[in-house]
Design a protein around this ligand. Structure first.
Ligand SMILES: Nc1ncnc2c1ncn2[C@@H]1O[C@H](COP(=O)(O)OP(=O)(O)OP(=O)(O)O)[C@@H](O)[C@H]1O
Ligand SMILES: [Mg+2]
Length: 469
């Protein structure tokens, strides 16, 4: 036989089990609906009542059905699923007062039309309204009801039901937090996908911009190199024009001068020979006295003849490289022509090779090479100075070095001095073409031209020409 004491113990155990089961369901599931259903079923079992319903309060005035025991038939009216707080004064009292409200018998109670409808539909007799509270605000109500008989809920039952209702608040909070986290997670995933798409699109755009830029860059580089080529060609053409003009006018001038001097020179030569014959035959006693005079006349005539011959070499306008060129004679010629530019202020030292050096080349053009180099050396010496010309035969090459002790050339401009039009001189003194012409001619002869220079000490220009090119 079951004693009252035993019965009580069994009941308490049962209550504890149900509460633990409810607690377990809260912490083990995040499924909002299933947690609410477990609570609804559990509390019905615990208090052995036929009906339980959980309503959640939304926007402080709407009541949404979370779970019922037993579940609602689909044909039940919508008013059981969603209701207005205003239409349910008992629920409203429980929620506003944050305290349980018991309604002992619906047959004698004062009910609103909406409450009467629910009572009728669910066949309810006694009701217990239990608000569940979170941070001092009711977030919903748990409604327990008997169906067949009226019943007076004991204080213990109310306290037990309130404990479950409090757990309900925790469950709802948990579920809401979880759904927030899920929302955040979903949003985050969505954001990541969106950003990845945007990044991909931006990347593609950048790639195509980059490709376009590369293409444009290539085009620009091509155009730049074409322009550089065109500029180079233009410079070369311009240089050739200048050179041709310079040489043409120099040629015309020298040919004219040589011709003009040659005629009177012939008269003087004739007169000299006549005088010499006259004294030798007619006045041999005076020959000795006039001999120095005649000698100096002859010297002058020879010198002028040499100059005329030299000038004629300049005016030679041929492109052939087959002339038999005597290097010493060419350098001597150039020095002779430039004599008035250096005499009385510059000593010329000739350290020539013992025997003649002859190469195959273009006499006129080689004259231009050495005149340009010697003129630069002369112009580099401001007052007094010295120019040393050394010639030697080395490895089948004529090597001519012209050394001056003039102003020298700055290191940074040294690589540029053979560029056409590069000059450090005033427009009256230089056009910047001398060395570019010399460089070109030496190249045509398959030779080389090298510069050594030190500022304020002087410059040495070494020209090396193959004997046969
Ligand atoms: N022996 C040298 N001493 C010092 N500077 C020199 C010497 N030779 C050449 N240079 C430098 O090189 C530059 C270029 O020489 P280049 O003979 O080509 O032109 P230029 O003498 O200035 O003019 P151009 O020869 O056409 O009358 C000169 O302006 C000068 O600065
Ligand atoms: Mg020059």
């Amino acid at each position: 036989m079951v004693t009252p004491d035993k019965y009580k113990k069994k009941r308490v155990l049962n209550e504890l089990n149900t509460i633990i089961e409810i607690g377990h369901s809260i912490i083990s599931s995040f499924d909002y609906d299933s947690v609410l259903q477990t609570i609804s079923d559990g509390i019905s079992r615990l208090l052995q009542i036929e009906s339980a319903a959980i309503y959640i309060l939304e926007n402080e005035q709407e009541l949404w059905l979370g779970a019922t025991t037993p579940p609602l038939n689909p044909d039940m009216p919508e008013a059981l699923r969603k209701a207005w707080l205003e239409d349910h004064p008992h629920v409203k009292r429980a929620i506003n007062g944050l305290k349980p409200i018991a309604l002992d018998d619906t047959l004698t109670a004062d009910l609103s039309p909406a409450e009467s409808m629910v009572v009728k539909l669910r066949n309810l007799r006694s009701l217990l309204y239990l608000p569940f509270v979170q941070q001092n605000e009711a977030i919903g109500v748990l409604i327990l009801g008997t169906c067949k008989r009226s019943r007076k809920f004991t204080n213990h039952e109310v306290a037990l039901a309130q404990t479950v209702a409090n757990q309900l608040a925790i469950a709802i909070q948990n579920a809401r937090l979880h759904s927030n986290i899920l929302n955040y997670k979903n949003n985050l995933e969505k954001l990541v996908v969106e950003r990845t798409c945007e990044l991909k699109a931006a990347n593609e755009e950048l790639k195509s911009i980059n490709e376009e830029l590369n293409k444009k860059n290539e085009l620009i580089s091509k155009q730049k190199s074409e322009l550089e080529d065109a500029l180079h060609n233009l410079k070369t053409v311009q240089m050739k024009l200048f050179e041709a003009e310079k040489m043409a006018s120099l040629g015309v001038l020298t040919a004219g001068v040589a011709h003009e001097i040659n005629n009177p020179l012939n008269f003087i030569m004739g007169a000299y020979l006549g005088l010499n014959n006259f004294f030798t035959i007619e006045l041999p006693d005076y020959l000795e006295k006039v001999s120095p005079l005649l000698g100096s006349m002859k010297l002058g005539i020879d010198r002028v003849t040499a100059i005329v011959r030299g000038l004629n070499q300049f005016s030679k306008d041929s492109k052939e490289l087959n002339d038999d060129c005597n290097i010493h004679a060419i350098v001597d010629n150039c020095l002779l022509i430039l004599q008035n530019q250096y005499k009385d202020r510059i000593q010329i030292q000739k350290k020539y090779a013992d025997s003649d050096i002859r190469i195959k080349g273009n006499i006129g053009k080689l004259h231009q090479v050495f005149t340009n180099i010697l003129l630069n050396a002369i112009q580099a010496i401001e007052n007094q100075g010295e120019i040393i010309v050394v010639t030697e035969l080395k490895n089948q090459h004529a090597v001519i070095s012209i050394q001056d002790n003039g102003c020298g050339i700055e290191k940074d401009i040294l690589p540029r001095i053979t560029e056409p039009f590069f000059t450090t001189k005033s427009p009256q003194q230089g056009t910047g073409l001398g060395l570019s012409i010399a460089y070109k001619i030496v190249n045509e002869h398959k030779g080389s031209i090298t510069f050594f220079s030190e500022v304020k000490k002087g410059t040495t220009v070494v020209v090396s020409l193959p004997l046969v090119n």
